[in-house]
Design a protein around this ligand. Structure first.
Ligand code: MOS
Length: 701
C-alpha cells in the first residue's frame, strides 16, 4: 500500500471548529430558529410493570396553548422495527403504541403546546390510571429465568469453549474463583438528546443530536413507513454521546408524531431525569471469573461467565466476555453470556461496551492470580501473550501489548512499586491491560474541487466532540496533497454521502479510508486534466464497504494502564495520584485530539472505578440519582497526574492511513488498574464497582 504524505497528518492541529464552538456560533439541535415551533412534553409511567386502564386528558387539554394530548389511543400508528440483518440490532423507538407498561419512565402520554411552559404544566395534569403488576428489576445471578441470547452485540456467539475447561480448572496448581460486579451507568453527555421535527407533506426533517445521522434515519424510516430518502437528519454539532446517541431512542418518534398531529414543527430536549429512562445506559453485570495457572503463572484455564440485563421488549446483549477470548493464550477457555429480561429501561452501548466492564473483571482476576503465584503482574501478562488471536486463530495485524506494558512500566517506575505509607495514606500501584477491536464500517466520501482550487469533502459522518472534523481535514489534505486551508470537510447531514456512525471507535479508520479512496480518484482525474480545473469543477466519489483484510487478520488496539493510588486510612477515601497509559493504536493523525480522547477515556475509567453508579430503587423500579448532583462522575478535583503516550506502530493491514480507533480503548482497563492498586496499597480486594469508602471498610482483608 502506498504511504500517505505526512504533512498535515501527525501534527497537533487545533480544532477546526474550536472557534465556532467556544464563541457559541456552532448551532446545536435544539437551537435552530424555526418559525411557528411547538413543544412536546412527555408524560412518563410511574409504575415499572402493568397496564394503562385509563388516561384522563381533559384538564391537560384545557390548559391555554395546548395543541394536542397524545396517548396510545390517538397517537399515529408506527410500524414495528424488528431487528434486521446483518447486525441484528434491536432498537427501541416505539412510543405510545400500547397500554402495556414495561419500565418506569416509559412514555405513556405527551402534550404538544405553543410554549414549553404550557406543555409542562399540562403534562402534569394528565391523569393515568394503571393496573399494576409485580415488577422484577433486580439482576441476580441465580435468577432461573436467565437466558442465552442468540448472539451478543458485537455479533459474536454468546458462549464459546475451547479445550476441557472443567478438568483444567480442577487440576490447576493455582486457582482464582471470584465474582465481580459492575453497576448500571448512565452516559450523561453534556448536551441532552434533543430533536426538532418538521414535516412537509410526507417528508420529515429532523435537527437532532446523535452519533450518526444516517444510522438513526434507517429505524425512523421503518417506524413511519417511509423510504429513507424522505427523511433528512441534520446534525453538524454534537455535545457528546459516549454511546447514548448511536442508536435511536423513543424521543425521536415521539417528537415526529407530535409534529404530525400538531401540524407544526415540534421540538424536544430530554431533561437529565428523562434521559435516565429513555436514552440508554450500560447494563449492570455480575461476572464470575475462574482462572487457573501453574506456579510460574502460565495460564492453563480461564472461564468467564457473565450475567447482565435487557429490557422486557428489546434485547441488548452486551459482549462483556468477548475480550477475554483473545487477550491471553490459554488452552482451556470458556465464556458465557446470560441475560435477564427485567422491567427496566432498554440498555445500550456505552464507551467500551463489553470491553470496559469485562476487562475490569478479567484484569482484576489476573492481578489476583499474579499475587497468588507470587509473579509480577506485568511479567505474568507478558508470559501469557498469544502468538495468534486465540478466538479466531488469525494472525494479529499488529500486537503492541508487550511493548505497551514494558514502556508503561518504564514511564511509571514500576520497579519502585513496593506498597508504602505516607502519614495516614497507604500507597500502592496496579496495572491492567486494555484492548479494543479495530473495525472498518461502510463509508462514502464525495470530493469536489471548484475552479479556484478549494476542495470540499462531503461525508455524512459525525463529530461528537472527538475532533473528527479536524482529523478528517488533515487526512484529506495529505491524501489530496493540498495545504490544509484549501480543504473543507462537511459532516453531519443525511444529504451528504452515507457514512457509518461515530461508534465502535471506527470513525477515523472508516471515514478516512473513504476519503483516501476518493482522493486517489481525484488525483487521477486531475492528472488527466493536466492540473487544469474546468470552470464547473471536478467531483469524485470514493466508497469503502469494509477492510479487505477483514477475515485474514485479527485487528486490535492495545494498551497498558498503570495507576498509583493513595488510600486514606481514616476515611478509606481513594485518591488516584497518577495514571500512566501507553497505547498501541496505529498512527496518530493529531496528537492533540488523540491525547484528549485517550485522557478522556482514562478519566471515564477512573470515574468508573471510584464514582459512577445509577442507583435503582427496587420498590419503584426507578433511579434515585437521576441528576448530575447525585450521579457522581470524576471532576477536576479527582484528576491529578495523567500521562498518556503511544508506541510507534505501523500497521499496513488496517487501512491506508495506518490508524486504529482511539475513542474507546482509553477507558478499558483503567478501573482494574485502580482496583489492583487499591488491593496493593491496602491488601483489600474490592470486586464491586465503584470502590466506595464503605465497601473498602466492609471488605475482608
Ligand atoms: Mo461507542 S459505545 O460505540 O459510541
Amino acid at each position: 500500500m502506498t504511504e500517505l504524505l505526512t504533512r498535515a497528518t501527525g501534527v497537533s492541529t487545533d480544532r477546526i471548529d474550536g472557534y465556532v464552538k467556544v464563541t457559541g456560533a456552532a448551532t446545536y439541535a435544539y437551537e435552530y430558529p424555526i418559525a411557528n415551533i411547538a413543544y412536546v412534553c412527555p408524560v412518563q409511567s410511574t409504575i415499572a410493570a402493568g397496564r394503562i386502564i385509563s388516561i384522563d386528558t381533559s384538564s391537560a387539554a384545557a390548559v391555554p396553548g395546548v395543541l394536542a394530548v397524545l396517548t396510545h389511543h390517538n397517537a399515529p400508528r408506527l410500524q414495528e422495527v424488528k431487528p434486521v440483518p446483518p447486525r441484528f440490532i434491536d432498537v427501541e423507538v416505539e412510543a405510545l403504541q400500547t397500554d402495556e407498561v414495561t419500565y418506569r419512565g416509559q412514555f405513556v402520554a405527551a402534550v404538544v403546546a405553543d410554549s414549553l411552559e404550557a406543555a409542562q404544566e399540562a403534562a402534569h395534569l394528565v391523569e393515568v390510571k394503571y393496573e399494576q403488576y409485580q415488577h422484577s428489576v433486580t439482576l441476580r445471578a441465580d435468577d432461573d429465568r436467565l437466558f442465552q441470547p442468540a448472539r451478543v452485540f458485537s455479533g459474536d456467539p454468546a458462549d464459546t469453549t475451547t479445550g476441557d475447561i472443567n478438568r483444567a480448572l480442577a487440576s490447576a496448581s493455582v486457582l482464582i474463583d471470584a465474582t465481580y460486579t459492575t453497576p448500571t451507568q448512565h452516559h450523561n453527555p453534556m448536551e441532552p438528546h434533543a430533536t426538532i421535527a418538521i414535516w412537509s407533506g410526507d417528508e420529515l426533517t429532523l435537527y437532532d443530536s446523535n452519533q450518526g445521522p444516517h444510522a438513526i434515519r434507517g429505524a425512523l424510516a421503518i417506524a413511519f413507513g417511509l423510504p429513507i430518502e424522505r427523511i433528512r437528519v441534520i446534525s453538524p454539532y454534537i455535545g457528546g454521546g459516549f454511546g447514548a446517541k448511536v442508536l435511536p431512542h423513543p424521543h425521536l418518534t415521539l417528537t415526529a408524531m407530535a409534529a404530525q398531529v400538531a401540524g407544526r414543527p415540534v421540538k424536544l430536549a430530554l431533561t437529565r431525569q428523562q434521559m435516565f429512562a429513555i436514552a440508554g445506559y450500560r447494563t449492570p453485570t455480575i461476572q464470575r471469573v475462574r482462572v487457573g495457572a501453574d506456579h510460574s503463572g502460565t495460564l492453563t484455564a480461564l472461564a468467564h461467565d457473565v450475567v447482565e440485563q435487557t429490557s422486557l421488549r428489546h434485547e441488548f446483549a452486551q459482549h462483556t466476555a468477548v475480550a477475554s477470548r483473545m487477550l491471553y493464550a490459554v488452552p482451556n477457555l470458556a465464556t458465557t453470556h446470560r441475560l435477564a429480561r427485567l422491567h427496566v429501561p432498554y440498555p445500550t452501548t456505552m464507551r467500551g461496551p463489553g470491553e470496559a466492564p469485562g476487562l475490569f473483571a478479567l484484569e482484576s482476576a489476573i492481578d489476583e492470580l499474579a499475587a497468588a503465584c507470587g509473579v509480577d503482574p506485568v511479567q505474568l501478562r507478558i508470559r501469557n501473550m498469544p502468538h495468534a488471536d486465540p478466538a479466531s486463530g488469525l494472525p494479529f495485524s499488529s500486537h503492541g501489548l508487550v511493548e505497551c506494558l514494558r514502556e508503561g512500566a518504564h514511564r511509571f517506575g514500576w520497579q519502585h512499586r513496593a506498597p508504602r505509607r505516607d502519614g495516614r495514606w497507604l500507597i500502592g500501584s496496579g496495572v491492567a491491560a486494555s484492548t479494543y477491536p479495530v473495525m472498518t464500517w461502510p463509508a462514502t466520501a464525495v470530493i469536489r474541487v471548484d475552479h479556484t482550487g478549494e476542495f470540499h469533502v462531503s461525508i455524512g459522518a459525525s463529530d461528537i466532540g472527538t475532533g473528527a472534523r479536524t482529523v478528517l481535514t488533515q487526512i484529506a489534505a495529505d491524501a489530496l496533497d493540498q495545504p490544509i486551508h484549501r480543504v473543507h470537510v462537511h459532516l453531519g447531514d443525511t444529504t451528504l454521502p452515507f457514512a457509518s456512525p461515530a461508534a465502535g471507535a471506527t470513525g477515523t479508520a472508516s471515514w478516512g479510508s473513504a476519503i483516501v479512496a476518493a482522493a486517489r480518484i481525484m488525483h487521477a482525474r486531475l492528472t488527466e486534466l493536466d492540473g487544469v480545473i474546468p470552470a464547473e469543477g471536478v467531483e469524485v466519489r470514493g466508497e469503502i464497504q469494509g477492510n479487505p483484510h477483514d477475515g485474514h487478520y485479527s485487528m486490535h488496539s492495545f494498551g497498558a494502564q498503570f495507576a498509583e493510588v493513595r488510600v486514606d486510612t481514616d476515611t478509606a477515601e481513594v485518591r488516584v495520584a497518577r495514571l500512566v497509559g501507553v497505547f498501541a493504536v496505529g498512527r496518530i493523525i493529531n496528537p492533540k485530539t488523540a491525547r484528549s480522547q485517550l485522557v478522556g477515556g482514562m478519566i471515564m475509567g477512573l470515574s468508573t472505578a471510584l464514582h459512577e453508579a445509577s442507583i435503582l430503587d427496587t420498590y419503584y423500579g426507578d433511579y434515585l440519582n437521576d441528576n448530575l448532583a447525585d450521579y457522581h462522575i470524576a471532576v477536576n478535583a479527582d484528576i491529578q497526574d495523567i500521562d498518556v503516550s503511544w508506541i510507534d506502530e505501523h500497521d499496513l493491514h488496517i487501512n491506508p492511513m495506518g490508524v486504529k480507533g482511539i475513542g474507546e480503548v482509553g477507558i478499558v482497563g483503567t478501573a482494574a488498574a485502580i482496583a489492583n492498586a487499591v488491593a496493593h496499597a491496602t491488601g483489600i480486594r474490592v470486586r464491586d464497582l465503584p470502590i466506595l469508602p464503605d465497601r473498602l471498610l466492609a471488605a475482608e482483608r
